[in-house]
Design a binder for this molecule. Structure first.
Ligand code: NDP
Length: 247
């Protein structure tokens, strides 16, 4: 196992859920962590908590749909901590609902955040990851592996992330960059609270509450597993569902 003591990680969507838990876990492994999201007050609280535990931490206000802001976030990370070893593309929205009659602004938000945001950040980070033989971790989803009625555009974004990541892996793996796709099933976070279609929101909430859901820390542990492997080991894909989730 490789410890993360000399490593620098940038985690998007670190203001809640899986991103927050991942930042905590990476800091615990010794990494300097840059935590990015739009809700700066939540980032500040996390920054204080991590710094109080002795971690090197920096919070950055970031909307991943803004390409210039993504470039700036990577540049600031390198300026403050001297490089970038682990990019965790975690920021995302899941605005479920059927295609027919959908509010297409939900689609724009999902494509811009879940797909374009990942592309912008990966593009900005890649020269630094190549220089340090680093890793890029995409928090995709079981929805990136299995499409279902009622989740078409969310599926499209996560399938897109998976396709992009496999092509990227082939481009950079021989230069030592590891590309990791983590695909969680249902995780107990605030993600579904933002769904605008009431019927879709009630349906996924009821199905989630009927099972023992994954916790954000379970997914953070999967990320940590992947990024603490020896240099010659590339963990390309981790699909992790709650035991109670059959789909
Ligand atoms: P949360 O809603 O808790 O976290 C989502 C994070 O994304 C927040 O920190 C939010 O921060 C950030 N975010 C959203 N939009 C933007 C944006 N435009 N720019 C920057 N940050 C943004 O949910 P989860 O922790 O569950 O979700 C994290 C990832 O995990 C997502 O990609 C999701 O698709 C994926 N996932 C979740 C599953 C689940 O069941 N919960 C299952 C499978 C995958 P802020 O609003 O402050 O910007």
């Amino acid at each position: 196992m490789t410890n993360l003591r000399d490593k620098v990680a940038l985690v998007t969507g670190a203001s809640s859920g899986i991103g927050e838990a991942t930042a905590v876990a990476l800091a615990r492994e010794g990494a300097a962590v840059v935590i990015a999201a739009r809700r700066v007050e939540r980032l500040r609280a996390l920054e204080e908590r991590l710094a109080g535990d002795g971690a090197r931490v920096l919070s950055i206000a970031l909307d991943v749909t803004d390409e210039a802001a993504c470039r700036d976030a990577v540049a600031r990370t390198v300026e403050v901590f001297g490089g970038l070893d682990v990019l965790v593309n975690n920021a995302g929205v899941m605005l479920l609902g059927p295609v027919e009659g959908a509010d297409t602004t939900d689609w724009t938000r999902m494509v811009s955040t879940n797909l374009l945001g990942v592309l912008f950040l990966t593009h900005a980070a890649l020269p630094h990851l190549v220089a340090r033989k680093g890793s890029v971790v995409q928090v995709s989803s079981t929805a990136g592996r299995v499409a279902r009625a009622g989740t078409a555009v969310y599926n499209a974004t996560k399938f897109g992330v998976n396709a992009f990541s496999e092509a990227l892996r082939q481009e950079v793996t021989q230069r030592g960059v590891r590309v990791v796709v983590v695909e969680p099933g249902v995780v107990e976070t605030e993600l579904r609270e933002h769904i605008t279609n009431q019927a879709a929101k009630e349906d996924i909430t009821a199905r989630a509450r009927a099972m023992r859901q994954l916790q954000a820390e379970d997914v953070a542990a999967a990320v940590c597993y992947a990024v603490t492997q020896p240099d010659h080991v590339s963990v390309n894909e981790i699909l992790v569902r709650p035991t109670d989730q059959p789909w």
